[in-house]
Design a protein around this ligand. Sequence first.
Ligand code: HEM
Ligand code: HEM
Length: 163
Amino acid sequence: MKQTSGYSATQIGLHWIVAVLVAGQYIFKDSIASTWEAYTQGQGTIFSPLVFAHVAGGLLILAFVLWRLVLRLTRGVPSAPENEPAPLKTLSHIAHWGFYAVLVAMSVTGGMMWFGDIAAAAQAHNVLKIVLLAMIALHVLAVPFHKIVLKNNVMQRMIRPGA
Ligand code: HEM
Ligand code: HEM
């Protein structure tokens, strides 16, 4: 894996666009959930802009996550802060790769249930939505933990581009 001194402006931009899109998937989930319920009860599907937004948003997330993966592999990412204990370095490494895996899996299972009507994909989508939420909570809590306990400013790395 290539190491850089900081995330590029594109990596930072994509991180925040994906974060906003993912938040939208949760905040505006009621339309897709009720449309899906009506469909599974044989009542057909009613078009609504929020249903379209969930499907399009999910596919956009997939595209941006794949773009981020390519950048991670070609340009690289900065190494963990110096003073981060080894077990935490491993944990954040797993968590970051886990995000890529879960976000791809969310989009793929969403696509499989929506376009392919596959029941197992619907179950997976519903389990993964909880896993992803837990990961986001841990990820967000890591920011003040870094600032207060480890006294490094990891947040700046996702705001100010580095070389
Ligand atoms: C990373 C991308 C995605 C995220 C974070 C996400 C998140 C969610 C969440 C939070 C729900 C709410 C379920 C509930 O509580 O009732 C949901 C439901 C649903 N999503 Fe996604 N989704 C994503 C991508 C997609 C895609 C690409 C599609 C379709 C092409 C899709 C189709 C659906 C459907 C049909 C439901 C209703 C399922 C149900 O309520 O059981 N999702 N999604
Ligand atoms: C759905 C929401 C989010 C997802 C999926 C997500 C995902 C990720 C991923 C995958 C990385 C690692 C980047 C890489 O090395 O390739 C990362 C880094 C980072 N994220 Fe998030 N993130 C989200 C929301 C947030 C939020 C809300 C904050 C701040 C409050 C945040 C702060 C950071 C910071 C500071 C880093 C840099 C960590 C470092 O330099 O090692 N993220 N995020």
